[in-house]
Design a protein around this ligand. Structure first.
Ligand SMILES: Cc1cc2nc3c(=O)[nH]c(=O)nc-3n(C[C@H](O)[C@H](O)[C@H](O)COP(=O)(O)O)c2cc1C
Length: 277
C-alpha cells in the first residue's frame, strides 16, 4: 500500500496530515492501525474456536510489566454463557448478537501464588498490585483487537461488562484477585468500519514538556470537524440537559460524565481482595 493511503487515513483521523517517517510508510501494520475501527455489527457466521485460541496466543505475546504476566483471557464459547454475559449489559443490545465473546481479566492472583509457592512474603498488597494487573489487561485487550482485525475480524471492547462485575465474575467463576477488565466482541464484519476521528496530535502528543497552549481552541475545532463528519444520531440525557444545536463530542462526553458511572467499582475491587491504598 503506498504511503499516500496511510497519510489519507491519518488525515481523516486527526484532521491534518502528520509527518510520516519513511520507516512507517507502506508498512501493513501502519496502514491497519491508521484505518482501524471498532465493529458492532457482525455477519451470522461463527468464529472458529481455533481462531479464538490463536488470537489469545498472539495477544499474550504483548509486553507485560516486569514479565509478571498478569492478564488472562476467558473464551466464552458456550452460547448460554454468552447470552448470560450479554444480559449483564442490557443497555447495549448489539452485544447479544456477537458471534464470539472473550473476557480479558486482570490477574494478580498468580503473583500471590508464585510468592506462596516459593515461600516468600508478598509485600506489595497496595494499589500498585491492582493497577499493574489492569495495565497488563489493557495491553492484552488492545493486542487482541489488533490481532483480530489483522485476521479479518471486526472487534469491539465492552467495558459495559463491568456494570455488573460481581455477576460477570460469578458467571466466569473468577477467584479472588482476578477481575473482569473488559469483554471483547468478535465476528466477521457486515460492512467496512468508519474511522473515528481523534483529537489533534498537538493536543495529545507532547515533546519534552507538558503543554496545553492552544488546547481549548483545538478541542473546539475538533468538535466542529467531528460534528461535520459524524454527527451524533441522538443526544444523551435529553430530560436533564435538553436539546442543543451544537451537540458533539464535547457535549456528549460532558453529559456522560455528569452522571455517576460505576461509582461502586472500587468497592467491588476491594471485595475481590485488593487493597487500594
Ligand atoms: C476499554 C474499552 C472499553 C470499551 N467499551 C465499550 C462498550 O462497552 N461499548 C461499546 O460500544 N464500545 C466500547 N468501546 C469501544 C469504544 O467506544 C471505541 O473504541 C471508541 O468509540 C473509538 O472508536 P474506534 O475504536 O472505532 O476508533 C470500548 C473501548 C475500550 C478501549
Amino acid at each position: 500500500m503506498p504511503a499516500k493511503d496511510i497519510a489519507e487515513l491519518l488525515a481523516c483521523r486527526f484532521g491534518e496530515v502528520p509527518e510520516l517517517a519513511p520507516e512507517v510508510a507502506g508498512v501493513p501494520l501502519a496502514e491497519a492501525l491508521a484505518g482501524r475501527a471498532s465493529c458492532r455489527a457482525f455477519a451470522p457466521r461463527p468464529v472458529d474456536v481455533a481462531l479464538l485460541r490463536s488470537l489469545a496466543a498472539l495477544a499474550l505475546c504483548a509486553p507485560s510489566k516486569s514479565d509478571l504476566q498478569q492478564a488472562d483471557i476467558v473464551l466464552a464459547t458456550d452460547p448460554e454463557l454468552r447470552a448470560a454475559l450479554a444480559a449483564t449489559v442490557p443497555g447495549q443490545a448489539w452485544v447479544a448478537g456477537t458471534p464470539a465473546l472473550l473476557v480479558v481479566c486482570g490477574n494478580n492472583r498468580r503473583q500471590r501464588q508464585v510468592s506462596e509457592m516459593r515461600g516468600r512474603e508478598f509485600a506489595n498488597d497496595h494499589l500498585d498490585a491492582f493497577f499493574n494487573a489492569a495495565v497488563d489487561g489493557g495491553i492484552v485487550l488492545a493486542t487482541l483487537v489488533l490481532a483480530a482485525e489483522a485476521a479479518g475480524l471486526g472487534a469491539c471492547p465492552i467495558s459495559g461488562l463491568r456494570d455488573r462485575p460481581e455477576e460477570v465474575s460469578d458467571l466466569l467463576g473468577l477467584p479472588a484477585h482476578v477481575f473482569p477488565l473488559a469483554g471483547l466482541a468478535l465476528g466477521y464484519p457486515v460492512r467496512e468500519g468508519r474511522i473515528s476521528p481523534r483529537l489533534p496530535l498537538e493536543v495529545t502528543v507532547h515533546e519534552n514538556r507538558w503543554s496545553e497552549a492552544g488546547t481549548a481552541g483545538r478541542m473546539a475545532a475538533y468538535d466542529a470537524r467531528r460534528r461535520e463528519l459524524q454527527p451524533y444520531a441522538s443526544q444523551r440525557g435529553l430530560d436533564r440537559f435538553g436539546e442543543v444545536s451544537d451537540y458533539g463530542w464535547l457535549e456528549d462526553k460532558a453529559r456522560q460524565y455528569a452522571e455517576p458511572q460505576r461509582a461502586d467499582f472500587g468497592a467491588f475491587v476491594r471485595r475481590r481482595g485488593f487493597r487500594l491504598d
